[in-house]
Design a protein around this ligand. Structure first.
Ligand code: ADP
Ligand code: MG
Length: 688
């Protein structure tokens, strides 16, 4: 490689060893890498806005004279300054401030401020604007839109801006190397696109940029999607190369298992089980995603796969994202597999001391055929004697790399374990293509017979008493109900508190009912006791946190109240709602929302009222929230694009696929540098 691609970032002014090592954490080693660290969004500081023309909601630069600055003791103590230009006045409001700050806002001082305009108690206001005093001589405004870079602690915005400005100077001397195959059709030249995105001219359309639809963004998004496609393909090829144990179907074991069930598999289940059985019989690792709506019976499909591996003398690991879901699987599989003489082992974060040590020993010796657990299965000291199959439930909470780490936890001469990934969140086609290009896909598109559709209504919290009365009426007829308390925080303690408070309120309002409470802070035995009391019908109403999202199966429960549904994702709500409608009775779900509900919130909840089709709901969720939220991947880094966004750039996916195919066929030398450029994580892929 040559030119700008080979200039180390250390050659930029101001980059010493400390900054260089921080940059390395971002995958930035060379000047070119700086250019591919792309802004998240932009601010317009290229013009001064007269105060009178400042629109509510806009980020603007204003300049004026301080008329007064006072500390106000309202609901919250704040520092309030009135600032005036020739056109009008505006209030600056600070909730956190120092004495020095007040001192600096002496009447008569000229200030230049940047911030968002909002309507407040005293007309137009800015909360915590950036500001600085200006002298009489004209201080120029910015010449370009101001880029805001993705960053976490360690490197500030101004530092990124300085680095990028220098990198652009390099770019002007020498363009970056074009890595896509020659074609006249790309929307923008690569170097021009980079130049534009780091320093958009004042007349650039902020609206296009915000929506990710500027041709410069499209050009880079296309390239990024190509790189992503190439890297997933390569990952897959490498795994195919490693081989996997051949696991031909064990028809006797499967027949014995199916005969023990009170029902027969649905057509869809049988089809998907057949697809999996064929994969497992091959000497290459299966990489299959099973999508199926809530209640479609994925567990049975997983069991069929597990039996095939166990029947061939191999171990199976089933991993779930939460303790509760893992426990649910433990109960189901104990019931199904113990009669067949299959030995099982449990491993979660709570397995400690001797118990954990002996579990590890039974896993390592091969004594345990089926191992069920949580993330704890990833830990370095977990080793299997003969791992043949990894089953991951609720895939979207795990990253590609986590998943792959698990498949290689077996004796090296056995190759890689097969993997089966199950998701209850139906993934829209576009996302599946982008995020799971490394997986084959099966869909369970049919629910077991005898399910009734759930009617969903939206009721605002001022009518809470009506809802409580409705619960009382349903329970007095012998039906059972869930009351789900939600908080966005993943914090068990806060969730538990909220649920406890609601349970207390409902016990007071409904003294005639037996009311149970379940949340993530209870000990497994306590949860188990509450759940089985509810299952036996000894409890009429179960107050719960979202822990019951998964794993609870009580056909007599036909009413669910969800508090603050506006805080949850549609897919999660759909999952929750899937807990009712399991019996023959007409079922209802009440979404008890807080007012005021935003327009977007109303629209989102409306989708649930309209539809019980998980795929439709997932598509809408993606449209209204964006993929990071839908997949829950913000933390796992599964779909962290730098510039591409779905569904905004959905229309580029097909092109990206064609270009990636062309590269694989005719320009294979381009693949590695493209992957390097965009994932900056060649080393990460090499590890798995
Ligand atoms: P999910 O796909 O949401 O994981 P589960 O595997 O938990 O669904 O199945 C939901 C319920 O449906 C369970 O009670 C299960 O026993 C039942 N079930 C699964 N398959 C069938 C079937 N073919 N016929 C009847 N009930 C079934
Ligand atoms: Mg399930």
């Amino acid at each position: 490689m040559h030119g700008i691609a080979s200039v180390p970032v250390r050659e930029l002014h101001g980059v010493g060893p400390a900054l260089a090592s921080k940059l390395a954490e971002y995958g930035v080693h060379r000047v070119e890498d700086v250019l591919f660290h792309l802004p998240l969004r932009y601010q317009d500081r290229t013009r001064l806005t007269p105060i009178a023309a400042a629109q509510e909601g806009a980020d603007v630069v204003i300049e004026g004279e301080v008329r007064a600055a006072d500390i106000v003791f309202g609901r919250r103590r704040s520092l309030v300054a009135r600032i005036q230009d020739g056109s009008g006045t505006l209030t600056l409001r600070f909730f956190h401030f120092s004495a020095a700050q007040k001192h600096n806002l002496q009447p008569g001082t000229r200030l230049r401020c940047f911030g968002q305009v909002r309507r407040g108690g005293s007309g137009m206001e800015m909360y915590h604007p950036e500001y600085r005093p200006v002298q009489d001589e004209e201080v120029p405004v910015s010449e370009t839109l101001t880029p805001i870079y993705p960053t976490t602690a360690g490197i500030g915005q101004s530092q990124w801006r300085k680095l990028c400005a220098q990198a652009l100077l390099h770019l002007q001397r020498e363009p970056v190397q074009e890595l896509l195959p020659p074609s006249a059709d790309y929307p923008y030249a690569l170097s021009r696109a980079l130049q534009f995105l780091h320093a958009p001219p004042p007349d650039a359309s902020l609206a296009l940029l915000r929506d990710g639809k500027h041709p410069a963004q499209l050009r880079l998004a296309l390239e990024e999607l190509v790189a992503h496609n190439l890297s997933l393909h390569r990952l897959r090829e490498r795994q195919q190369h490693e081989g996997a144990p051949r696991l031909p179907p064990d028809t006797n074991l499967l027949r014995a298992f199916l005969a023990s069930l009170p029902f027969a598999p649905t057509t869809a289940q049988a089809r998907v089980m057949g697809e999996i059985a064929a994969d497992l019989a091959k000497p290459v690792p299966m990489m299959r995603l099973v999508q199926g709506d809530v209640g479609s019976g994925k567990t049975l499909v997983a069991a069929g796969a597990a039996l095939q591996a166990v029947g061939n003398g191999f171990q199976v690991a089933i991993m779930a994202p939460t303790e509760i879901l893992a426990e649910q699987h433990w109960r189901t599989f104990s019931q199904w597999f113990e009669p067949l003489g299959i030995t099982m082992e449990w491993l979660s974060g709570r397995s400690k001391g001797n118990k954990r040590a002996s579990a590890l020993a039974r896993i390592a010796s091969g004594e345990a055929s089926l191992v069920i657990g949580t993330h704890a299965l990833f830990q370095a000291d977990v080793a299997f004697a003969r791992l043949g199959l990894v089953i991951v439930d609720e895939q979207h909470r795990f990253g590609v790399h986590q998943r792959l780490t698990l498949t290689q936890k077996t004796a090296p001469d056995l190759g890689r374990a097969h993997q089966l990934v199950m998701t209850a969140t139906p993934i829209p086609r576009t996302l599946a293509m982008a995020a799971y290009a490394d997986l084959d896909c099966s869909v369970i598109d049919e629910l077991p017979p005898g399910r009734t559709a759930v009617t969903t209504v939206l009721i605002d919290n001022s009518r809470r008493q009506d809802v409580v009365a409705r619960v009382a009426a349903a329970c007095s007829e012998g039906r059972q109900a869930y009351w789900v308390c939600t908080l966005i925080e993943e914090n068990d303690a806060l969730q538990a508190q909220a649920a406890e408070a609601t349970a207390a309120e409902l016990r007071l309002a409904l003294p005639q009912l037996a009311i149970g409470l379940i949340h993530g802070r209870l000990k497994p035995a306590e949860k188990e006791a509450v759940m089985s009391a509810f299952k036996r019908g000894e409890l009429a109403l179960l107050v719960a946190t979202t822990v019951i999202e998964v794993g609870v199966d009580v056909p007599n429960a036909s009413l669910m109240i969800v508090e603050n549904p506006e805080r949850l994702g549609l897919a999660q709500l759909h999952q929750l709602r899937g807990r009712v409608g399991r019996g023959a009775q007409a079922s209802h779900c009440v979404l008890l929302y807080q007012t005021p509900l935003s327009a977007n919130g109303r629209q989102r909840l409306g989708v649930l009222r309209e539809s019980t089709d998980g795929f439709y709901i997932a598509e809408k969720d993606l449209e209204l929230r964006g993929p990071g939220e839908v997949l829950g991947t913000r933390q796992t880094g599964l779909l962290e694009f730098r510039i591409a966004e779905l569904p905004t750039h959905e229309h580029l996916l097909d092109d990206a696929q064609v270009i990636a195919d062309t590269i694989r066929e005719s320009y294979p030398a381009l693949a590695e540098p493209l992957i390097q450029r965009w994932t900056g994580a060649g080393q990460q892929f090499a590890k798995v």
